[in-house]
Design a protein around this ligand. Structure first.
Ligand SMILES: [Zn+2]
Length: 346
């Protein structure tokens, strides 16, 4: 892969030599079966951990053999139909496997010392943290996280959309040999996707690619929240808030604007970047107290790169419909009725 271009410097700066790509499968509660835990605390119980390592050095990249372990659930022991449709398991499959703690410890030993965790989207991370908390373990992971789904959208498609692993595999023409939706197979495919994205970046990107911009610290859950003074009107409230300088909720440094504040109905949105903590989302909610006085709550929150997508979608809505936003569904139906009713047409 590197032949004929030894004279060129590497153009990706890798924050680590090892990427651990994880894929978790979890079972979900069944609403009418009483369980020993509040589903809000444990939205999914992990039943499978799959992972591969992608090692990077000057010779190129190398994908490890998969790590794979089955876990015997203790809360959601009956297979949820919606889950089983996707991952092809039945309840009796859940009677085998290690305890979560034994499986997790084996996984951590396999990971080694220095690595970045990667996954397809960020739902695996929040489920992992919920499971650690449920088992009275620290939910701090101590590693940065790279969302391969967001990187794929940016590097391969340059689009602001969420794709499936299978879509990305087809898009990048990665040969398909195994079934999807088995934890270690999905991890392996995601590893191959990441390998291919590095290849594209090494060979096609004209500029140095700063991969660390796509990293996120999953242990930092930081936001700042404040209330504005009372204002004369909502637009006055926005004018004032939108022109104030923003600082990072984690370190207090001034933020660079990525997407300037815009307002849709009673909400304001923005995106900023901190040199250390990457993306920060701004959110304003316009409110009225009992006496009709107007104010706003302003939240600045560290977000993962993938969480910028809904904000970009709202911005597209704003560019088309302005401050009033996309007409709500009932308004669209009304408008449609008017156009097909000849009496209204007159
Ligand atoms: Zn910061």
């Amino acid at each position: 892969m590197t032949e004929g271009r030894e004279d060129r410097d590497r153009i990706i700066y890798h924050p680590t030599a090892t990427y651990v790509i994880i894929d978790l499968e979890w079972n979900q509660p069944i609403p009418w079966i009483k369980s020993r835990v509040d589903p809000k605390q444990l939205p999914g119980e992990i039943i499978e951990i799959g992972a591969v390592k992608l090692s990077v050095d000057e010779r190129g990249t190398e994908l490890s053999k998969p790590f794979h372990v089955l876990i015997r659930p203790i809360c959601y022991t009956v297979m949820n139909k919606n889950v089983s449709r996707v991952i092809n398991k039945i309840s009796s499959d859940l009677r085998h496997g290690l305890t979560f703690i034994d499986a997790y410890e084996a996984f951590i030993r396999w990971c080694g010392d220095d690595f970045v965790i990667c996954g397809w989207g960020n739902s695996d991370l929040s489920i992992l943290k919920a499971n650690l908390r449920f088992h009275d373990r620290s939910a701090l992971l101590g590693r940065h996280f790279l969302d391969v789904q967001t990187l794929f959208s940016k590097v391969a498609e340059d689009k602001n959309v969420q794709r499936s692993v299978e879509y990305a595999v087809d898009f990048l023409r990665i040969p398909k040999l195994e079934d999807f939706h088995e934890a270690h197979r999905d991890a392996e495919y995601t590893g191959k996707i990441l390998e291919k994205l590095f290849d594209i970046l090494e060979n096609d990107e004209p500029a140095v690619f700063r991969l660390e911009q796509y990293l996120f610290d999953p242990d930092l859950n930081v936001q700042s929240e404040r209330r504005t003074d009372y204002c004369d009107s909502w637009s006055d409230c926005c004018d004032r808030t939108f022109s104030e300088p923003a600082v990072c909720p984690a370190c207090g440094s001034p933020l660079r604007e990525e997407l300037a504040w815009f307002r849709i109905r009673k909400s304001g949105f923005s995106l900023f970047r901190c040199d250390t903590h990457n993306l920060v989302a701004g959110r304003v909610r316009l409110k009225k107290n009992a006496e009709g006085k107007v104010y706003a709550s302003v939240v600045l929150k560290l977000i993962q790169p993938g969480e910028a997508r809904p904000i970009n979608e709202r911005h597209e809505e704003y560019l088309i419909y302005g401050t009033s936003g996309k007409p709500r569904e009932e308004n669209i139906l009304l408008a449609a009725d008017e156009t097909i009713n000849p009496e209204n047409a007159l």
